[in-house]
Design a protein around this ligand. Structure first.
Ligand code: FES
Length: 222
């Protein structure tokens, strides 16, 4: 599991981000999120606003975005919340980046099902391309993070890259995905297993096979 720590609060950080405010497009989304909550509960929109702020930072830096402290302070002012309450949320959820990340944030699941299905080889494939956990490559392209279960255990091993998951990976399949991303292409997300569409049994169903062609009534066979 990667370290979680806030970026240092430096004069340079302040100079770059103290004037942050939502662009008109992100402000419209933020106000829409806030309006979904009843009067007096507007602070409940904090997760959405942190996500929007991170995405705007990403747009401004041509990366996947992160949450500098002045940006979190802006969100706190926007919602009339104590800054510590915002920081508590941002530091708890892995979807928020607390330090700068690259153009592609490669999050490798290392929890047991993925580990049993080869996540060590997936991590090694990332390292073979110059990535190291907790760091961004010098060209600003790749940030590597090890994460806990992402809910794709049935199609393990998997990685999340930016907003997409890539599943049923082998080192070779991961290389193909990363090569495509590096070239500016959009590789197919989801399972990389040929012939598999989502998380249905690989190679076809192994139980309730009569349900494939009809809504079969099994009750007489019990
Ligand atoms: S263990 Fe990797 S997605 Fe669940």
């Amino acid at each position: 599991m990667a370290d979680r720590h806030l970026a240092a609060d430096t004069p340079e950080l302040r100079a770059r981000w103290d004037a942050f405010e939502f662009s008109p497009a992100w402000k419209a989304k933020a106000d829409k999120a806030i309006a979904q909550y009843p009067e007096g509960r507007q602070k409940s929109a904090v997760m959405a606003l942190l996500d929007y702020a991170q995405r705007q930072v990403g747009e401004e830096t041509n990366t996947q975005g992160w949450l500098p402290l002045p940006v979190m302070e802006y969100v706190a002012r926007y919602l009339d919340m104590p800054i510590i309450r915002v920081v508590e949320v941002a530091t708890f959820y892995f979807m928020y980046n607390l330090v700068p990340v690259g153009k592609f944030h490669v999050q490798v699941c290392g929890t047991t099902p993925c580990m049993l299905r080869g996540s060590d080889a997936i991590m090694s494939a990332c390292k073979a391309r110059g990535m190291s956990v907790g760091h961004t490559t010098d060209d600003g392209m790749w940030t590597l993070t090890e994460v806990e279960c992402m809910g794709n255990c049935a199609t393990a091993p998997m990685v999340q890259i930016n907003d997409d998951n890539y599943e049923d990976l082998t080192p070779e399949r991961l290389d193909a995905v990363l090569d495509a991303l590096a070239k500016g292409e959009t590789p197919k997300a989801g399972t990389q297993e040929p012939g598999r569409h989502t998380s249905e049994p690989s190679g076809g169903p192994s139980t309730l096979k009569d349900m494939v062609s009809e809504n079969h009534d099994y009750r007489g066979e019990w």
